[in-house]
Ligand binder design. Structure first.
Ligand code: DX5
Ligand code: ZN
Length: 217
């Protein structure tokens, strides 16, 4: 069963609380929150204060994607704000292991994201510690970009690296997921599909989420 994680980056920021309620009612499986700092990526978005304000609007898991430099400075704040999964970028710093331990100390799920040019092998010595890998299929920073399909090739290698585990590793893909591309991402081995523009670009969120769940399946 495909899990769909609408990215609120493409929602109406003037009424984010209502937007979250609407995607929850429309059948979203998780809520993907894109945090950008204008430094690690060339865009600025949401901080922990906004996440905290949104928390009462849905019981779905908050899947918080940190596209920020020095993420260690903000782990505690995002946990306190209500993140259920915190994902940091492999490329964001030198001490990934320490970062993952910081996240796990809060008893929430820890994810690592790979930019399109970062190979799967960079996860070899951390994969046994993490719950999720977020494979970027666009260069992070903006919604509405076209998928880079070659970035899907690393998913098979990530599964290999993960090997047999007590709880299977979740693999999420992010960037350019729409009805036309979701099936190839699924065939590549992903479990969770982030979709920003495909969910929010027209008013019927339920139909948009259903279209993603059914496309090419
Ligand atoms: C990009 C973000 C994505 C983005 C996806 O940096 O991480 O989550 O919102 O948007 P679409 O689905 O429009 O490509
Ligand atoms: Zn994202």
């Amino acid at each position: 069963m495909r899990m769909i994680a609408p990215s609120i980056l493409s929602a109406d920021f003037s009424r984010l609380g209502d937007e979250i309620k609407a995607i929850d009612r429309a059948g979203a499986d998780l809520i993907h929150i894109d945090v950008m700092d204008g430094h690690f990526v060339p865009n600025l978005t949401i901080g922990p204060g906004v996440v905290k304000a949104l928390r009462p609007h849905s019981k779905l898991l908050f899947d918080v994607h940190l596209m920020i430099s020095e993420p260690e400075r903000y782990i505690d704040a995002f946990v306190e704000a209500g993140a259920d999964i915190l994902t940091v970028h492999q490329e964001s710093g030198a001490h990934l292991h320490r970062l993952i331990q910081m996240i796990k100390a809060h008893n929430i799920k820890a994810g690592v994201s790979l930019n399109p040019a970062t190979p799967a092998i960079m996860l070899e010595d951390i994969i046994s510690e993490i719950d999720m890998v977020l494979v970027m299929t666009v260069n992070p920073g903006f919604g509405g970009q076209a998928m880079i399909p070659a970035a899907l090739n690393k998913i098979a290698r990530i599964r290999e690296l993960a090997g047999e585990r007590e709880k299977p590793l979740l693999i999420e893909v992010d960037g350019g997921i729409k009805a036309e591309t979701i099936a190839i991402a699924e065939a590549a081995g992903a479990d969770i599909f982030v979709a920003g523009s495909a969910v929010f670009s027209s008013d019927d969120y339920e139909a948009n989420i259903q279209a993603l769940k059914k496309a090419g399946a």
